[in-house]
Design a binder for this molecule. Structure first.
Ligand code: MLT
Length: 411
């Protein structure tokens, strides 16, 4: 008889965002006239930049001509895209990353899960709490944890709490951990990391032979020039870090799908016989076996992000969402709520008023003013009592949602 991967049975009922969708759909069915505004999932709403669309249309035309048609592309991505990324996103910031160390993929979410394929099963894994749920759930699926307690914490993971008390910056652990997930600017809190903070992590990782998984999907939202965009701006990071990036949140590719993972050739980890193995070789082998690359058309669209027009259009998109975040911050602060993030990030992290639980606040907001956000507890036990509001929506919807909350929402 066929059997299943029992680890899936340890997962909590549903992935956070489908669970929110389930509750919102039930409400919408019961209240068909309600004009629901969704500021929950961080999904972009504004159209793709013109430069990207033009490049994709051109690429479609090439696919219609035998002379320029493309079949399978390189599993690692086309060199012309990898070279632009290496030059513009890394070398221009003093980060020593070569194009061959960049792997184009269909998403950071996918890659932060897939990366576990090349690591062993006995690593001690640290995550911040709250945290992007994918990091935890993919480790549960891979059998790297025990079961969850009533707060949703999985046995075997090291949780590093981030709250207002520590300014949403995790303490460097005192114990040894092997794999560490960091996300800056942070999803869900909107917190950022200074160079000094990242240097402390790199130093820790070097001292303990750990590997940092650095999720930089929101780096384009950094407006403070003192903040690093890449962990490779930090000396020593090439020996300890893998970085994940995405075209989703800067160029609006959430539906189009294009991202990248950087695995420096200087990065090694131990085989069970004690020898050092290059992680680049393993990831290259993994991608060549399980992945056939991102479509030519989409990679041409991503390449256009680096054209002068593309840069201006992407900057305009990011500024648009940042202005939404500013409106959310200002309106909620004026309404007497404590708010965090939303300055160098598209997420605003709100303390729920009057000690309401995150899900109670979610239900109240949905039922009284028909606004959807994301309960902080969905991101981890330390997120209880917080709520995330996403700035990814139209200006009209953001303004209307804030008007409803400030005028009509009574806790
Ligand atoms: C979120 O809302 O946290 C985002 O949708 C995360 C993601 O991009 O998967």
């Amino acid at each position: 008889m066929a059997t299943i991967n029992d680890n899936y049975l340890k997962l909590k009922a549903g992935y956070l965002f489908p669970e929110i969708a389930r509750r919102v759909n039930a409400f919408a069915e019961a209240h068909p006239d309600a004009k629901i505004i969704r500021l929950g999932i961080g999904d972009v709403t504004e159209p793709l930049p013109e430069a990207c669309r033009t490049a994709m249309i051109q690429a479609v035309a090439e696919m219609g001509d035998r002379a320029t048609f493309k079949g399978y592309g390189p599993e690692q991505g086309y060199a012309w895209l990898r070279e632009k990324i290496a030059a513009e996103d890394f070398q221009a910031r003093g980060a020593d990353i070569d194009a061959t160390e960049i792997f184009i993929s269909d998403g950071s979410k996918c890659d932060t899960g897939n990366i576990l394929d090349i690591f062993g099963n006995n690593n001690i894994i640290a995550v911040t709490d709250p945290v992007y749920p994918v990091y935890v759930d993919t480790n549960v699926m891979a059998g790297h944890t025990g079961t969850a307690n009533e707060k949703g914490e999985f046995a075997g993971l090291v949780y590093l709490p981030v709250t207002a008390e520590n300014n949403f910056t995790a303490e460097i652990p005192t114990q040894k951990v092997d794999l560490i997930y960091l996300c800056f600017p942070n999803n869900p809190t909107g917190a950022t990391a200074s160079k000094e903070h990242l240097q402390a992590w790199v130093d820790y990782a070097k001292a303990h032979n750990s590997i940092i998984f650095f999720d930089a999907a929101y780096e384009s939202y950094i407006t403070d020039p003192s903040l690093p965009h890449s962990i490779y701006e930090i000396p020593g990071a090439r020996e300890v870090a893998i970085e994940f990036r995405s075209f989703s949140k800067n160029a609006g590719f959430t539906g189009t799908r294009c991202a990248l993972t950087v695995v420096p050739k200087t990065l090694t980890a131990k085989a069970s016989d004690g020898s050092d193995v290059e992680l680049w070789k393993l990831w290259n082998r993994r991608q060549s076996t399980k992945f056939n690359g991102v479509s030519y058309i989409i990679q041409r669209g991503a390449e256009a992000v680096y054209s002068p027009d593309g840069q201006a259009q992407v900057q305009a998109l990011v500024s648009f969402y940042l202005e939404n975040a500013k409106i959310i911050r200002e309106q909620l602060t004026a309404a007497g709520l404590a708010v965090y993030g939303g300055v160098n990030a598209p997420y605003v992290w709100v303390k729920t008023p009057n000690g309401l639980s995150s899900w109670d606040f979610f239900d109240k907001l949905l039922h009284t003013v028909n606004v959807v956000g994301t309960p902080g507890s969905g991101f981890g036990a330390a997120g209880e009592g917080y709520f995330r509001i996403s700035a990814f929506n139209s200006r009209e919807n953001v303004e209307e949602a804030m008007k409803r909350i400030t005028n009509d929402f009574v806790v």
